[in-house]
Design a protein around this ligand. Structure first.
Ligand code: CO
Length: 143
């Protein structure tokens, strides 16, 4: 057994790739027209200044388009600094609280100590980009 696996996070499949966009309507139309993608869900996330659209790309691939709904949203700053594009990758976990606790225990910097509400009744938490070489990683426990 790989010794590194002893402290590895218990993650499941890739759930989605998050893409920061300035204009959610335009982005939905772009993915629909160019990839034949279907919008499966669109909503404001409880307590967070973002609106998201989940886009089902043919072939069982899910993209999450995320757009800020307030000038003080962290996503507004992200778009100003880096422009539209890749924002995060999301892995599924069975228990988001346990996964975040494990991350903290093995010394990975976390943004969330505990899970918080995500889209469609899910619970999510983020690891800090410094834990993965600049890539923001989301963990998601499905409803
Ligand atoms: Co996400």
């Amino acid at each position: 057994m790989n010794a590194g696996a002893l402290s590895a996070l218990p993650i499941g499949v890739l759930d989605h790739i998050g893409i920061a966009v300035a204009d959610l309507d335009a982005a939905c139309e772009r993915y629909g027209a160019r990839l034949g993608a279907r919008i499966v869900q669109r909503q404001q996330i409880e307590g967070q200044p973002v609106e998201v659209a989940f886009v089902d790309v043919p072939g069982e691939t899910l993209l999450e388009l995320v757009s800020p709904t307030a000038a003080d949203s962290p996503l507004t700053g992200f778009l100003e600094r880096r422009g539209e594009g890749l924002h995060h990758i999301c892995f599924r976990v069975e228990d988001v609280d346990a996964a975040l606790a494990t991350a903290g225990r093995v010394g990975l910097r976390v943004i969330d100590d505990k899970g918080r509400p995500g889209a469609a009744g899910s619970r999510i938490g983020f690891l800090h980009p410094s834990a993965f070489g600049g890539v923001l990683v989301e963990l998601k426990q499905k409803a």
